[in-house]
Design a protein around this ligand. Structure first.
Ligand code: MAN
Length: 547
């Protein structure tokens, strides 16, 4: 109140002074510059380059290079005319506008010698401006009160987050200690488990070796038997003719086993002894005998599973002939059919044995599915496996817990590292989102996070930018920059500037796209209010000027 009564007093005084000020200074000169025009015989141009008679000041003829002798006329091209504008804001206008028939000063002083009769409306304009200024100050004042609260909240948030960070760091240390302990327990349990399983592995190895040896022996036995069978003249050699008598070796299906065809099975020799037959020839002969006996069938078309087998046989077949089971040697057939039956029997046994794990699977319904049946272990070993499994789970959980705390720490650090203004006045905006709808889109602003745009007609959200930094020129905290948004078709990545203005509540007041894919948000928030108790220095200076 006191302030406005002082202001009114100044205005009244000012109005009175202006009338009497006229004769003390040349027209178009402000009070503050009046001492530069002392009344006397001469006048020195203000650039000091020339001295003229005082009567030449404002004589409508430009004498000084710096235009200083004609402040109140339009004689000099670069002169400035001072409008006192009592009751409103005083201002300078280019002196070329003096008496040009257009009212530039609200007190009409620039048209003192023209046809136009300018009305003096400075008082009304001044009153309206002062009213606007009062409302603005009122807004700033109320906004600043809310801002003070935001500052408190912001600082509290910061303290809370810093405390939480300390607590989390402590919890992380503890979680890491537990994780390390669980890791050693896991290693210990796994070492016992491995020790126990080692015995099983060795057993399995022995079994595997024994099986291989048995198979090798069996193979050799078959080879020897076949040798005996093929060696019809009992001269301890298998000759070409002895191969030719067996139609199973007719590779090209022409009904005859040619010499060349037969020699392929004897490793290109005319005859081979028992040793050569067993070590070299048998691997070529056996597949043909098996095929012939129907033990394995030639591949059907599109049967990929058998393609490799077919290729293998083709590679072995000298002429790459397509082998089909047509004619058979009765003896061989019987023998290999026996083998076949034996194998089928074995398979059936296998199937029968497989019933057991199936039953276990049913029992364990709902538990983790076993892909391959685990071998059975003795109770002691099983216990060690169970212990190791439990230790692995516990270690995994402990590690997961460390990672979880670590992520929380990262989030809080990231949040604490953001610049929320000199006094954390913007901190409460973090984590909030605000919408704005125009004709086409719903825009979203999540301060310190992102901006986006969603078409109202449907369709997905487009990211306009991610929080980058404060970007105000004079006042850093007047603009926010959100960059690296979704790429614009044939253009740059989208980005948005958010201009902050003082308002009593947080809200977006407008969104525009001044350039393609460059967006401008106007956002009101009490956090952007700064209240000035006194009139601005500039205003005071102008008023004082006239006193
Ligand atoms: C979408 C919107 C617009 C933008 C064009 C650019 O339609 O993101 O704001 O101007 O893409 O192609």
């Amino acid at each position: 109140m006191v302030k406005f009564s002082t202001f009114s007093l100044i205005i009244i005084l000012l109005c009175g002074l202006v009338k009497s000020a006229g004769p003390n200074r040349p027209r178009g000169v402000s009070i503050s510059r009046a001492p530069l025009y002392p009344e006397g015989d001469t006048f020195s141009c203000l650039d000091g380059k020339k001295t003229i008679k005082f009567s030449q000041v404002n004589d409508d003829f430009c004498d000084c290079e710096d235009s200083s002798d004609e402040p109140g006329t339009s004689a000099c091209s670069n002169g400035l005319f001072y409008c006192t504008n009592a009751g409103h804001r005083s201002k300078y206008i280019p002196s070329s506008r003096v008496n040009d028939g257009i009212c530039d000063c609200c007190d009409g002083s620039d048209e003192y010698d023209s046809e136009v009769n300018c009305e003096s409306n400075c008082l009304e304009l001044g009153r309206a401006e002062r009213q606007r200024e009062r409302s603005r100050q009122e807004l700033l004042k109320r906004g600043a009160q809310i801002k003070a609260d935001l500052i408190l909240k912001g600082k509290t948030l910061k303290t809370e987050k810093s405390n939480l960070l300390l607590e989390l760091q402590q919890r992380k240390n503890e979680a890491e200690a537990i994780r390390n302990e669980k890791e050693s327990m896991k290693k210990e349990a796994e070492s016992l488990e491995n020790e126990a399983l080692e015995i099983y592995k060795e057993l399995q190895e022995v079994e595997k070796r024994e099986k291989q040896e048995k198979e090798a022996l069996e193979n050799k036995r078959e080879a020897e038997e076949t040798f005996e069978k093929f060696d019809s003249n009992k001269d301890s050699f298998i000759e070409v003719i002895e191969i030719q008598t067996r139609i199973a070796f007719d590779q090209n299906r022409d009904g005859v086993v040619a010499v060349e065809e037969a020699k392929y099975f004897l490793d290109e020799h005319d005859k081979v002894d028992r040793e050569k037959f067993i070590t070299t020839c048998w691997s070529r002969i056996k597949p043909y005998l098996m095929l012939d006996s129907g033990f394995f069938k030639p591949p059907k078309e599109n049967d990929n599973a058998e393609v490799s087998e077919q290729n293998e046989i083709k590679t072995q077949s000298k002429e790459g002939a397509n082998i089909v089971n047509t004619q058979t040697d009765d003896e061989d057939v019987n023998e290999f059919n026996d083998e076949k039956e034996e194998a089928e029997l074995l398979n059936e046994e296998d199937e029968y044995n497989e019933d057991e794990p199936e039953e276990i699977e049913e029992e364990n319904e709902g538990e983790v599915e076993e892909t391959k049946p685990e071998p059975e272990y003795d109770p002691e070993t099983q216990k060690l496996i169970d212990n190791a499994n439990a230790a692995r789970t516990e270690f995994h959980d402990a590690e997961h817990n460390v990672r979880k705390i670590d992520n929380e720490i990262k989030d809080i650090q990231e949040s604490l590292n953001k610049d929320y203004g000199v006094n954390y006045e913007f901190a409460t905006l973090n984590g909030e989102c605000f919408d704005f709808e125009d004709r086409e889109y719903v825009y979203k602003l999540c301060p310190f996070d992102k901006t986006s745009q969603q078409p109202k007609s449907g369709g997905s959200e487009t990211r306009l930018g991610t929080w980058t930094n404060w970007d105000g020129k004079e006042n850093k905290y007047s603009h926010m920059l959100y960059s690296n948004g979704a790429s614009c078709w044939n253009g740059p990545q989208r980005s948005a500037i958010v201009e902050l203005e003082c308002g009593l509540e947080n809200r977006i007041t407008s969104v525009t796209e001044p350039n393609r894919c460059e967006y401008k948000f106007n956002f009101e928030t009490p956090a952007a209010c700064s209240f000035q108790e006194e009139l601005s220095e500039e205003n005071m200076e102008e008023l004082h000027d006239e006193l």
